[in-house]
Design a protein. Structure first.
Length: 186
């Protein structure tokens, strides 16, 4: 009887995991919340051939013209202010690139734009980056003097990871309760 009751719990757990695990390529994160500092007319080469360019900053330093391209073709451009987020997606549920304008600095010779956080997700319509040495093969390259800003020491979970961790914690708590009080699925 004890084994039969545990079998039901196991079946429920397997069904839960099968229905909630996303496909790995659909949500694969290539750039996870890092920051970049780019001057006017500088570009940063991202994975899968995407290139982000700061085209210009207005005279007051309030707006920035950002352009995302691939294979020398512009896929999206926007004029944004501090606090705005540049988002490129092929459809509403498939975000490929996201960058928040953290700050804009103006200077006599050049302007500087801080982007943080920056995320890039796998574009499933393109071949994935080729892994080498347990990492993505093409490290973003700096054109001119762009400076990467390291991630802060934050731990972030995706929605799936959060729900899964709650489910596992509840399952473990249930088994501890059952074994302690000898009440298996009563």
């Amino acid at each position: 009887m004890y084994v039969k009751k545990l079998k039901h719990v196991f079946v429920i757990l397997v069904i839960f995991l099968i229905t909630t695990i996303p496909t790995s390529s659909a949500n694969e994160v290539l750039i996870n919340g890092t920051g970049y500092a780019l001057s006017t007319e500088e570009s940063w080469n991202f994975y899968q051939g995407y290139v982000l360019t700061i085209k210009g900053v207005d005279a007051k330093g309030e707006n920035v013209w950002i352009e995302l391209s691939r294979n020398n073709e512009v896929v999206k451009y926007r004029i944004l202010s501090v606090g705005d987020t540049f988002i490129y997606s092929k459809n509403i549920s498939n975000i490929i690139f996201s960058a928040k304008i953290k700050n804009i600095y103006t200077g006599p010779k050049s302007d500087l734009v801080l982007l943080h956080p920056v995320y890039q997700y796998l574009d499933t319509d393109l071949p994935p980056p080729i892994p080498t040495n347990n990492s993505i093969s093409v490290t973003p390259n700096i054109n001119k003097t762009a400076v990467p800003i390291p991630n802060s020491n934050k731990v972030s979970l995706s929605g799936f990871e959060f729900i899964l961790s709650i489910f596992i914690a509840l399952l473990v708590a249930y088994f501890i309760y059952c074994f302690r009080y000898n009440k298996i699925l009563e």
